[in-house]
Design a protein around this ligand. Structure first.
Ligand SMILES: *[C@@H]1O[C@H](CO)[C@@H](O)[C@H](O)[C@H]1NC(C)=O
Ligand SMILES: *[C@@H]1O[C@H](CO)[C@@H](O)[C@H](O)[C@H]1NC(C)=O
Ligand SMILES: *[C@@H]1O[C@H](CO)[C@@H](O)[C@H](O)[C@H]1NC(C)=O
Ligand SMILES: *[C@@H]1O[C@H](CO)[C@@H](O)[C@H](O)[C@H]1NC(C)=O
Ligand SMILES: *[C@@H]1O[C@H](CO)[C@@H](O)[C@H](O)[C@H]1NC(C)=O
Ligand SMILES: *[C@@H]1O[C@H](CO)[C@@H](O)[C@H](O)[C@H]1NC(C)=O
Ligand SMILES: *[C@@H]1O[C@H](CO)[C@@H](O)[C@H](O)[C@H]1NC(C)=O
Length: 646
């Protein structure tokens, strides 16, 4: 930092350190100019928010060794400002350190600070607390939205300024918004506001750009004057035709594909996406032969740890793995696609000499027996630090001041239900999945867009517990104002249910503090089809007779159904092998310990395989991301190769 500042001070006073560093668009020669010379970038996307800090250098070095001269990264606003005005840029969120490592490795940086980023990330990177204003129009000139954006950018951009190329850092270009032309609002004042904001903080020298689908229809609302328009498209199509769309907006200047898809995203309940290396290599070759600038999205996908995954509409959440079938796997492993891409790049650029860093070894720690702890309902006082909130009708997560995870909604049956009586969310207001029990007995599951009714029986006054899980906010399209919880009334028969007690749950904190206790095993429990959401715990010791441990591993939960996993208090993410396609979760070595037993905590939401004898989880050395899925016929998300030309 101080060295960088020193450098720019020297330049300011005109000391002769050679020509000043500069980066610009060359409209005459249809290329970029770096330090007065023609420049073309070959870049790859890597999201620091999806990779543990200890692995940033390894992944960046592998990218450099593939022949890339640049990387591209998103900045997820909600990752850095989880509560208004409380910023976190430390540990795995240390953006400045990430930029510094990229520069040390020899890579330039394309920065995509949003504020909206899509990225298959919760709410497209926007903080959920923006929804405190119920009718806020996100990604528009809505004054409350702009005020929050201005404040955030006022914190972020001064931090980024020393890292601009002209100031001695690695950042060559900065993106304004993200695929704005695909959003309904088409608010030019908003885009102009953003570009002014970026320039006011970063200066007039910075190259700003927009990215949109390769179709004139997208570019209409996505591009603005004085911000360089680029396009994005996947392999397998007509590259010349796709760049013609960019030429519609930019008759001159460099050709840029800001997101060339090396793979594609997954959804729970849909088959794993796979894209062949051959088709990626072919289109990459065509673009490089045209002299185009290319960013490969993703070069490494990484992991949606914790609750960070996003979703698409109709509601389909993305799994924990963001492997993306990218040239480096979720765990940073080299693939055949990596080497295929490297061979293409080699035809145009010199590849750095020396060995490619090897794939990190994985270790199969084996089986860990799990013991049953309390159910959510039994542990409420430990899980709800703020205590219950009472109201006539249900409140949303945001009204309860909770961003992620789970909220328990409790009420009582107002009448005797001797015959099965429908308990419903008639307006499809369960966001996103609810686990219903009556007097502690699980009776069914409600799911957004899929199941709005369960039948219940019981005497008047019976306790009804509805644990509602947010499975990730929608990150694309019209529906990004994605409120969570019970967002409409529940009915029993014809009656609207009233008299709710709601428990905002901080499960992560309770697990970190080790607050959950064991329960006595009940006598000869019947194997149930469904149980109330319950915690389980196990531990394992890493053998000290084997060198180089701990190593990375994968956790697999045979016959478990759906839930969340923590290892040593680190929230690893969601598992849902009963729906697929993801079956194993990546466990990075840095969360494991050789000094103490490693603690695995599982919250199983449906039914653990533990009713008959012991139950276990398994640590294996091989990932499974492509298991057959429980069929889900709905189409999800964007088209792989955009149809363009509206
Ligand atoms: C900031 O983020 C890091 C990395 O996720 C985390 O370890 C740390 O606890 C956070 N700090 C605060 C104050 O929340
Ligand atoms: C690709 O698109 C260009 C421009 O639209 C067109 O001239 C060319 O024929 C197309 N190539 C193929 C193989 O369709
Ligand atoms: C509820 O019970 C009724 C009557 O027994 C039955 O027709 C209906 O299919 C059940 N609904 C569900 C969601 O199980
Ligand atoms: C629930 O029903 C009550 C009474 O009809 C109504 O006032 C309230 O607005 C409803 N809540 C929601 C979220 O629809
Ligand atoms: C709902 O109301 C209708 C008419 O008021 C009545 O016929 C029906 O039995 C009621 N259904 C339930 C489940 O209470
Ligand atoms: C696991 O839990 C035990 C018991 O609470 C504790 O002593 C140990 O330090 C924990 N292990 C780690 C790696 O935190
Ligand atoms: C899943 O991926 C593995 C590893 O790439 C591959 O060997 C296997 O054939 C795939 N299985 C299915 C069902 O596609």
């Amino acid at each position: 930092m101080s060295l960088l500042r020193f450098g720019s001070v020297l330049l300011l006073f005109g000391c002769s350190l050679g020509a000043p560093r500069s980066f610009s668009v060359d409209y005459k020669n249809d290329c970029f100019q770096k330090d007065g010379e023609e420049f073309r970038y070959i870049s790859g996307s890597i999201h620091y928010s999806r990779i543990p800090r200890v692995y940033w250098k390894d992944r960046l070095l592998k990218m450099y060794m593939a022949g890339l001269n640049t990387i591209q990264t998103y900045i997820p606003w909600n990752f850095h400002e989880e509560s208004p005005g409380l910023y976190n840029f430390s540990g795995d969120r240390d953006l400045e350190y990430f930029l510094q490592v990229a520069q040390d490795v020899g890579l330039l940086v394309i920065l995509r600070p949003g504020p909206y980023i899509c990225a298959e990330w919760d709410m497209g990177g926007l903080p959920a607390w923006l929804l405190n204003k119920k009718d806020i129009v996100l990604r528009s000139s809505d004054p409350d939205y702009l005020a929050a954006v201005d404040k955030w950018m006022g914190k972020l951009l001064p931090m980024m300024k020393p890292y601009l190329y002209q100031n001695g850092g690695p950042i060559i270009t900065v993106q304004v918004e993200n695929e704005y032309g695909s959003y309904f609002a088409c608010d030019y004042n908003y885009l102009r506001h953003l570009s002014k904001l970026l320039r006011s903080h970063l200066g007039n020298d910075v190259v700003l750009f927009t990215t949109d689908g390769a179709g004139i229809g997208y570019l209409k609302c996505g591009s603005i004057q004085d911000v360089y328009a680029t396009v994005d498209f996947g392999p397998g199509g007509n590259v010349t035709a796709a760049f013609e769309a960019q030429r519609y907006a930019e008759p001159h200047g460099p050709l840029v594909n800001s997101e060339f898809y090396t793979g594609w995203l997954d959804h729970w309940g849909s088959p794993h996406s796979v894209v062949s290396s051959a088709i990626v290599a072919k289109s990459l070759n065509e673009m490089l032969a045209m002299g185009a600038n290319v960013n490969m999205y993703m070069f490494i996908g990484g992991t949606n740890f914790g609750y960070w995954n996003g979703a698409n509409a109709p509601y389909g959440a993305q799994p924990t793995s963001y492997d993306y079938d990218a040239p480096l796997t979720e765990a940073g492993d080299l693939t055949e696609k990596y080497f295929a891409i490297r061979e293409v790049i080699r035809m145009y650029h010199k590849i750095p000499e020396g060995p490619v860093p090897p794939t990190t070894p994985k270790y199969a720690y084996g089986t860990v027996v799990m013991k049953k702890l309390q159910t959510i309902s039994d542990a409420l006082e430990k899980l709800s630090f703020s205590g219950p909130v009472k109201s006539a009708y249900p409140q949303t997560f945001i009204e309860l001041n909770q961003a992620f995870g789970f909220v328990l909604y409790r009420t009582a049956l107002p009448v005797d239900c001797s015959a099965p009586t429908p308990l419903s969310s008639p307006l499809n207001g369960v966001r996103d999945r609810a686990y219903v029990s009556v007097n502690g007995v699980a009776v069914g599951i409600l799911e957004r867009d899929k199941a709005i009714t369960v039948n219940v029986t019981g005497k008047a006054g019976s306790q009804v517990d509805i644990l509602v899980e947010s499975m990730g906010r929608i990150n694309y399209g019209h529906n990004i104002n994605d409120f969570k919880g019970l967002v409409t009334n529940m009915t029993l028969g014809n009656e609207t249910l009233k008299g709710w007690t709601m428990y905002s749950l901080n499960i992560d904190e309770a697990i970190r503090q080790g607050l959950l206790s064991e329960t006595k095993p009940t006598a000869s429990p019947q194997p149930a089809a469904l149980s109330p959401p319950t915690f389980y715990k196990g531990s394992f010791i890493i053998p000290d007779c084997i060198p180089d441990l701990p190593q990375d591993t994968y956790i697999q939960l045979p016959k478990w159904r759906k839930g969340q996993i923590w290892i040593n208090g680190f929230n690893l993410g969601r598992y849902w092998p009963s729906r697929g396609p993801q079956v194993t979760l990546f466990v990075p070595a840095n969360i494991l310990s050789t000094a103490a037993p490693n603690n695995v905590t599982v919250l199983e939401l449906e039914e653990a395989p533990c009713s008959s004898g012991p139950c276990s989880v398994v640590f294996t050395a091989t990932p499974i991301l492509n298991a057959t899925v429980q069929s889900d016929h709905k189409q999800h998300g964007r088209l792989f190769v955009r149809d363009g030309f509206l």
